[in-house]
Design a protein around this ligand. Structure first.
Ligand SMILES: Nc1nc2c(ncn2[C@@H]2O[C@H](COP(=O)(O)OP(=O)(O)OP(=O)(O)O)[C@@H](O)[C@H]2O)c(=O)[nH]1
Ligand SMILES: [Mg+2]
Length: 447
């Protein structure tokens, strides 16, 4: 099985698991279905379904972004070798996003090119929404510039990079400059790409900057007629686009399906987070009740129980059951194993506070056992000491449980995406396994 097939399989499993969790299993929880909640999570369930469809239909979406008149439409036309989109010198030729299908020669995946209006053409808020929606949809992005990068372009690139999208920076219209100027701008772009880093990733890797002339200006040539007369004529030149086309073909061939997977998983992660957040908000009152119930159980149990180490076992069990009960209330997927992992994670991230509870529990608990034994035999007055130890220990335990409850809520809110098949994990796997010379690998964040 190829690496891409493995990615496809993992992604499919992750999405199917999420869908079955959030659609069917939710109905069987102890809590009655809540119509209000079902209505608000509907779009997120739909998003999960469409993510699954996306990986099955094998169409890679490539969007062209850039400021007005940089040649976005011309670049797509040149890539597919047909003048599909209007392209012209007036600013704002393309008014609305438009797309065209293309079947690349090697035919492994299909492509949908999305042409967009200039980022500086449409008004502020509307532009932002349009750009974000298209960027979310796209599997990778061609960012077209035609001279030194401007501030607006730089900021747009940063935004896109944050959205975790592979980007090819296309330096278009190189026919307008002498070679040495093209080289100087190119070097400048490399420097900018390297210097600004977001989360340890460079903005644009050197290998992802490509020089093209999608629609070169006609050049004047001198024609000598047989009668000896000469005349200047304009001759069109063919586009210089092969380097970009080859680069795209290599990406499609090498990592096209993995790119589809990554995008689908990112969508799924977002949808799962939304579902978790909406559910937790919706079930807030019941959750508080559950947490307090466990706080009471645990403090009482720990205080009354005379055998030291049993406190710790029973206490941990209470915490685990609390985590499971919260997950159940929310209808969020969590296995015993994951509940245990989450519990340990909370203990560690509480910075020793809760571990302190356990250690104190152990010491106080052992003391308590000794006291309990001796008190019956010797001195009845010692029971007072027993009482205060118990209260101290019970109080600590209660506080610990309250914190666990709150922290569990916070973790669950992040969408349970940590399991082995959770989207976060699968995304991480894909990025870690992939060849180092791929555009996906360059997305990784060094941890
Ligand atoms: N010299 C030269 N001109 C180009 C090149 N590519 C595009 N142009 C010209 O630049 C102008 C703008 O091209 P478009 O393809 O319309 O650019 P666009 O980014 O889609 O523009 P809007 O849709 O208006 O945002 C047109 O007049 C093109 O002929 C190129 O490689 N060299
Ligand atoms: Mg255009």
């Amino acid at each position: 099985m190829t690496q891409e097939d493995t990615h496809l399989q993992q992604t499919r499993a992750s999405l199917q698991q999420a869908l079955s969790w959030y659609t069917s299993i939710r109905r069987h929880w102890n809590y009655p279905p809540n119509p209000e909640l079902q209505a608000v999570v509907k779009p997120d369930l739909q998003a999960l379904k469409s993510a699954l469809e996306k990986i099955e239909n094998n169409v890679i979406k490539i969007a062209a972004f850039g400021l007005v008149s940089r040649g976005k439409s011309a670049v797509i036309n040149a890539l597919i070798g047909q003048n599909i989109f209007d392209s012209g010198p007036i600013h704002g030729v393309t008014k609305w996003p438009q797309s065209v299908r293309w079947t690349p020669p090697n035919g492994k995946v299909k492509v949908e090119f999305i042409d967009t209006p200039g980022l500086d053409e449409i008004e502020g808020k509307e532009r932002e929404i349009m750009a974000r929606n298209i960027a979310d949809e796209a599997d990778f992005i061609l960012f077209i510039i035609s001279e030194d990068i401007t501030r607006t372009e730089y900021e747009a690139l940063l935004e896109l990079r944050k959205a975790f999208k592979p980007i090819i920076l296309v330096f278009n219209k190189i026919d307008l400059y002498p070679d040495k100027d093209v080289q100087a701008i190119y070097e400048q772009l490399q420097k900018i790409g390297r210097s600004s880093n977001i989360d340890e990733r460079c903005l644009i890797a050197v290998e992802d900057i490509v020089r093209v002339a999608a629609s070169p200006q006609p050049i004047p040539i001198l024609v000598k007629y047989p009668d000896g007369k000469t005349a200047e004529e304009w001759q069109t030149q063919s586009p210089k686009i092969d380097e970009l086309r080859n680069k795209i073909l290599t990406i499609l061939n090498q990592e096209g399906k993995s790119l589809l997977c990554l995008n689908a998983l990112q969508k799924a992660k977002k949808a799962e987070n939304n579902i978790a957040q909406k559910t937790i908000k919706n079930r807030q009152a019941e959750a508080e009740e559950i947490i307090w119930k466990y706080v009471k159980y645990k403090s009482l149990g720990v205080a009354i129980n005379p055998i030291g180490f049993l406190d710790i076992i029973a206490g941990s069990l209470t915490d685990l059951t609390l985590i499971r009960s919260l997950a159940k209330l929310y209808g969020l997927p969590i296995t015993n194993h994951e509940a245990g992992k989450l519990w340990r994670k909370i203990l560690v991230s509480s910075g020793g506070l809760l571990l302190g509870e356990i250690a104190t529990g152990l010491i106080l608990g052992l003391g308590k056992t000794a006291l309990a034994v001796s008190s019956f035999i010797e001195n009845p007055a010692i029971l007072t000491t027993y009482g205060s130890t118990a209260i101290l220990q019970g109080g600590l335990a209660a506080y610990g449980t309250y914190i666990i409850g709150k922290a569990a809520q916070e973790y669950l809110e992040k969408g349970c995406s940590w399991g082995d098949l959770g989207p976060s994990m699968v995304i991480k796997n894909i990025i870690n396994q992939i060849d180092h010379n791929t555009i996906i690998y360059r997305l990784r964040i060094d941890e």
